[in-house]
Structures are given as C-alpha cells and as structure tokens.
Design a protein around this ligand. Structure first.
Ligand code: ZN
Length: 254
C-alpha cells in the first residue's frame, strides 16, 4: 500500500523519480503552551494537517503539489519563562529555510510555499533576503488568515481560543483535554495606546499578558465548528495551490 503521493515523507523514490512537482509546501509550526487544554504541538499539528488537506484537494485537481515534513519550532523568544516552550530564532529559521530551498531548487520545483501556523513566525524578511540568491519562487501564508473566521465562531480568539480549540477538536480530538480544564484565555492589553491600537508594535511578554497561556476564550469551541472552518480553509488554499502550480513565473503580473 503506497502512501499519499502529495506527502513527501510517505512517498518513495520510485514515485519521486517519475513525478515533476510544481509546488513544494513547507508547514511551519511551533512548540509552546496552548492554555491548559491544547497540546504543545498545536501549531505544528494544525499546519501539517491543513497543508496535507489543501494539497490533497489540489493533487486531485491535477496540480503536482508536495508537502515537506513540518518544522516543529517557532519564534518564541518572549515565552522562554514557560517550561518546555522551545524557541527557534529567526536567524536559525533563515538558515533552515535557505537549506531546504537550496535542496529543492536544482530539481525542477520552482515554487515553495511556507505554510505558517504560528503568529510569532514572520518569514517575509527571510524571503526578501533569499530572493536574489535562488531561482525559486518563495511565498508564505498564514493559514488562519485565509478565511474570515467571524462567520464560523462567536469569538475566534488569538491563541488556544475558540477557533484554534475547535480546529484541534476536529483534527486531533484525542489530544484535547476537557474544556472544564481550560482557563478563560483572558488577555491583558498594553497600557501604551500606540501599542494597543496596533500602529506601534513590540512583542508581548506572554506570561504578563495571560495567566493560562491562552488568549481568547475556548468555551464555545466545538469539533463541528472546527470541521466547517478547516474545510473552508483547505478549499481556499487548495485553489491557491492549483493557481500557483499553473502560474507562469515570467508572467505573474496583469
Ligand atoms: Zn497556536
């Protein structure tokens, strides 16, 4: 029994040698606390699952998309006071991205999508730096920005809230503790108005912002909400993969 042909870790050289992949997808998560009820691997689990589901739909529509193994560590420099939160600095991420992209570039893959699932990761400056070095189209997406969540959730939340809890209840229910164990995800906001309004920015010291490591109340989460939202996200991103696979890199602007 062969593995899924759009998941590289399940694919053999027998198939790779016969396939021209147009788009590679690199899921990128984090390893961090998610309130009391979601697993540390939440961002990685979500990214890996949704990348696979998006790629499956694109593959079935004829696009040759391949999902690479997920990178499980994100930028968590302001959470190092939380036990077993694992930080990976942006400069380390840049080195990893460069190595992965360099390995793909000589083998016909012309397009690489970073499938990001962690708010602390920002691949845009990394891509800007790599751009002149490689004959590869690099882009990044945050899966949780692909579809407006407001018609799916009462209060989506930011971290281990209703949105994220619903998604994990849908894709990995065995890893979710009862919601009665979860904190309220109450968020303390900046006293400085420019930071509160969002036109000035600084990273937040997580343990000063939230008592339970969550931001957003998970109480109204359900697996059914997670399924509906995850389906919409995967459908939208699959459409992007299909369009990107077919895109002429010399004719990207109308
Ligand atoms: Zn998360």
């Amino acid at each position: 029994m062969a593995g899924r042909p759009y998941i590289l870790s399940e694919t053999t050289w027998y198939d790779v040698a016969r396939t021209t992949y147009e788009v590679a997808v690199l899921p990128w998560g984090a390893t961090e606390a998610h309130n009391y009820h979601l697993p540390y691997g939440t961002d990685t689990i979500e990214s890996e699952h949704l990348a696979a589901e998006s790629a499956r739909r694109a593959w079935e529509a004829g696009a040759r998309v391949v999902v690479l193994p997920a990178i499980p560590f994100g930028v968590n420099t302001t959470q190092l006071d939380i036990p077993l939160c694992i930080n990976m600095n942006p400069s380390t991420q840049s080195a990893i991205l460069r190595d992965v992209a360099r390995a793909l570039a000589p083998h016909g893959v012309r397009k690489l999508v970073i499938f990001n699932g962690h708010g602390g990761n920002d691949f845009r400056p990394l891509i800007r730096e790599l751009y002149p070095e490689l004959p590869l189209f690099l882009c990044t997406l945050d899966w949780y920005k692909a579809v407006d969540p407001r018609s799916f959730f009462t209060d989506p939340g930011d971290h281990a809230g209703e949105l994220e809890t619903s998604v994990v209840q849908h894709i990995a229910p065995e890893l979710v503790r009862p919601l009665s164990d979860a904190g309220s995800g109450h968020e303390r906001r900046w006293r400085l108005s420019a930071l509160r309004e969002g036109w000035a920015w600084a990273p937040r010291q997580w343990t000063r912002v939230t008592a339970d490591t969550g931001i957003g109340d998970p109480a109204a989460a359900t697996p059914e909400k997670g399924r509906r939202y995850a389906d919409a996200v995967a459908a939208r991103i699959a459409d992007f993969f299909i369009e990107l696979a077919a895109a002429d890199l010399n004719d990207l602007y109308a």
